[in-house]
Design a binder for this molecule. Structure first.
Ligand SMILES: Nc1nc2c(ncn2[C@@H]2O[C@H](COP(=O)(O)OP(=O)(O)O)[C@@H](O)[C@H]2O)c(=O)[nH]1
Ligand SMILES: [Mg+2]
Length: 236
């Protein structure tokens, strides 16, 4: 049995009550010693109230309530900073909507023993995508091809958000320099980690369409991803 007490799962949320009510007990059911940090951006569906209520039953469940400057990337950064102040060695980032299979968290943490960043990847052997719309499949493939050509990152799936990081490697980069927020945030974070000398490993994951609620994907998020690789290449 692995010891998960030094590991924490970071879940950014925006209106994910219906998913979290099943996801949180599932994570603790699989890894009772692990911690979970939900970073919520003013959800209006009772996500915070649910987590507040569940905290009474799960002593390693934490809630970071953000008040302004909303976004996936900024929530992740605030979550990392919260984690830096506490005695954790490993962070796993995942979505709340069951697109990322919590059963893979132990495998990602296992791979982190031989790396600094273990990336969940849909686009290596054994990985894949299930029940996703044609539009989202094409968009995801194009985004990865585009990033690969411009930045040359050693990652088949640079926009994946299901990853394990060593806290020491995250501490080496200046998180305050990152200002991208959607998918671009994931690319920028990996790029900066790579440039700081982090060792990457990929782990195959099967990504599936969200269970409940709505995607927050938008034209603004896509546009930001188109600009980002050039910004990183030309100005960093
Ligand atoms: N804190 C926070 N979380 C967000 C925000 N936008 C999306 N999320 C969360 O990030 C994860 C992925 O978002 P999702 O809408 O599923 O994007 P998709 O999978 O690309 O369609 C989910 O857990 C969302 O609740 C945001 O602005 N703030
Ligand atoms: Mg999703």
């Amino acid at each position: 049995m692995s010891d998960y007490s030094q590991s924490i799962v970071l879940i950014p949320t925006l209106n994910e009550r219906e998913n979290l009510k099943d996801l949180i007990p599932s994570i603790f059911g699989l890894m009772p010693e692990i911690s979970v940090l939900v970073v919520d951006d003013n959800s209006s569906d009772g996500t915070r109230e649910l987590v507040g209520f569940m905290k009474t039953g799960f002593k390693n469940l934490f809630l970071l309530e953000r008040k302004n400057n909303f976004g996936y990337g900024r929530s992740s950064i605030d979550g990392f900073k919260w984690i830096f102040e506490r005695p954790y060695d490993n962070v796993v980032t995942m979505d709340a909507d069951f697109s990322h299979n919590f059963n893979e968290v132990p495998a990602l943490l296992e791979k982190l023993k031989n790396s600094d960043v273990a990336m969940g990847s849909r686009y290596i052997r054994g990985g894949g995508v299930k029940n996703w719309s044609f539009f989202r499949r094409v968009l995801s493939r194009l985004a990865n091809l585009y990033v690969k050509i411009i930045l040359g990152l050693p990652a088949a799936d640079a926009t994946s958000g299901f990853n394990a990081y060593r806290v020491t490697s995250l501490k080496k980069i200046n998180l305050d320099k990152i200002d991208s927020n959607g998918y671009a945030f994931l690319v920028e974070l990996k790029y900066r980690l790579f440039r700081a000398g982090s060792k990457f490993i990929e782990h195959p994951i099967l990504f599936s369409e969200r269970r409940e609620g709505q995607s927050k994907m938008s034209g603004k998020i896509i546009w930001e991803s188109i600009k980002l690789p050039w910004k990183l290449k030309l100005f960093n």
